[in-house]
Design a protein around this ligand. Structure first.
Ligand code: URA
Length: 162
């Protein structure tokens, strides 16, 4: 097992945050390189983004055995690294991918559906929430909603740059 820290620009327009490395991410030492990651890359590409101008990381830096949900003490153990990454990267905008990231950052038990579609804030940065790409692999009908989410994210990003 290895630490999977993050990948992308040191000064990203958008910081994407997922849950935890899976098997392939653990093997390669890079977040989102498996099937969900390939879908994420295609979604980024549709907005003319790539791993070069965004940053991608996870709440948890090591793979939970058997891909189970991270335990609260694991989330806590990675918190220091998580906050340090956030502060160093100084993202303009953050996009949380899925329930685990959304609940960790927004410190809530609310459902993902109730957190989507409105702006939140963490450490002074605007935060947006959308479905995890792994969910889209299981539920392709969710793609239209995510596409809408990503367009709103890109609009906010452009507005902050202007
Ligand atoms: N799912 C995640 O949340 N993160 C990864 O890095 C890969 C899959």
């Amino acid at each position: 097992m290895q630490v999977v820290f993050g990948v992308g620009s040191e000064h990203p327009d958008v910081l994407f945050i997922g849950e935890a490395p899976g098997e392939q991410e653990d093997a390669q030492g890079e977040p989102f390189v498996g099937r969900a990651g390939q879908l994420l890359d295609r979604m980024l590409g549709a907005l003319s983004w790539s791993r070069d101008n965004v940053y991608i990381m996870n709440v948890i830096k090591c793979r939970p055995p058997g891909n189970r949900d991270p335990h609260p003490e694991e989330v806590h153990a990675c918190s220091h690294w998580f906050d340090a990454q956030w502060d160093l990267l100084k993202p303009r905008v953050v996009c949380l991918l899925g329930r685990v990231a959304a609940q960790r950052v927004l410190q809530t038990d609310a459902t993902l559906a109730s957190l989507r579609g409105r702006w939140h804030e963490y450490r002074g940065v605007p935060v947006w929430v959308t479905y995890h790409p792994a969910y889209l692999l299981r539920t392709p009908t969710g793609k239209a909603a995510v596409w809408q989410d990503l367009r709103r994210l890109a609009q906010r990003c452009e507005a902050l740059k202007a």
